[in-house]
Design a protein around this ligand. Structure first.
Ligand SMILES: Nc1ncnc2c1ncn2[C@@H]1O[C@H](COP(=O)(O)OP(=O)(O)OP(=O)(O)O)[C@@H](O)[C@H]1O
Length: 268
């Protein structure tokens, strides 16, 4: 397994924010993490990508304890594990031109200055041209900024990309574009994608495996199709009903698998 957690507990203060977590993510797989606000989704991905420390139990990346990785070779760990946040405007420095922001991870983690050609390749990956390089964040749209945040994360050629509510701060009209971009990049680059969303329809569309969190615990986990069609917990059933009341997913992994199931093909 590429990413694993066993009996993982974490607290910011006296109360446990995460308890008894078990998860495993295979290389090149897609894991969706769903749950209501405050259930601990962001805390979990921040722990797994090494942005916060101090958990009890086991959290491993590529077979080695994450705290151990951070102590021995934090730069290498961060090159392998990148994250994209909900609000691209706050993850990019407003005083820096896009070109400078884009070069930061490579400068910090690889100790070199990337060439213009490399920077243009990163932009091309996310469907942007070099015209954005001289601009400041406030001169770009939310969708463009999130593409830049994704390009920046990909600049160090990560193995795992964590995406924490990557479209929640965007206009509905660009949300699907950014989700499609992530799916496309994941396939092209063979990325392992761990995506947090409070939106079950998005997780259903994007991920092969999913976990459902409530009050810092995993209440359900498994292949997305199984969880969506045969939920074992009342909480998951409530989430599914709520999602169905708003909208049903219409394209993507989930529907393809559904179609395969209906036509009798395996869906593992
Ligand atoms: N830096 C922090 N210090 C103290 N408590 C925190 C901190 N960050 C989060 N919490 C608390 O931990 C709990 C879990 O928060 P977390 O952000 O991980 O949940 P979430 O499921 O991602 O929620 P949301 O979807 O609203 O982002 C919440 O009760 C939150 O208030």
């Amino acid at each position: 397994m590429l990413v694993e957690a066993h009996d993982l507990w974490f607290r910011y203060g006296k109360e446990w924010t995460l308890a008894e977590l078990e998860l495993s993510v295979e290389s090149s797989a897609t894991l969706g993490i769903v749950g209501e606000s405050g259930s601990g989704k962001s805390t979990l991905v921040r722990l797994l990508c090494g942005l916060i420390t101090g958990a009890s139990g086991t959290a491993r990346y590529d077979g080695r304890d994450i705290t151990e990785w951070l102590r021995r070779d934090a730069k290498q760990f961060r090159r392998h594990n990148q994250i994209v946040f909900q609000n691209p405007a706050s993850s990019l420095d407003p005083r820096m031109r896009i070109r400078t922001s884009l070069t930061e991870p490579v400068k910090a983690l690889e100790r070199r200055v990337p060439t213009l050609q490399e920077i243009e390749q990163w932009l091309a990956l996310v469907g942007l041209g070099s015209d954005v390089l001289a601009r400041y964040p406030h001169q770009l749209s939310g969708g463009q900024l999130q593409r830049i945040a994704i390009a920046r994360a990909l600049s160090v050629n990560p193995t795992v990309l964590y995406a924490d509510e990557p479209t929640s701060a965007l206009d509905v009209s660009v949300q699907a574009q950014v989700l499609n971009l992530l799916m496309n990049l994941r396939q092209r680059l063979g990325l392992t994608l761990v995506m947090v969303s409070h939106d079950l329809a998005i997780v259903g569309r994007m991920s092969e495996q999913m976990i459902v969190m409530k009050s810092g615990r995993i209440v359900e986990s498994g292949p997305t199709l199984n969880v969506m069609h045969n939920p074992q917990s009342d909480y998951t059933r409530t989430l599914i009903e709520a999602a169905q009341a708003v909208s049903l997913p219409t394209t993507g992994v989930y529907e393809n698998r559904l179609a395969n199931t209906r036509s009798g093909h395996a869906t593992s």
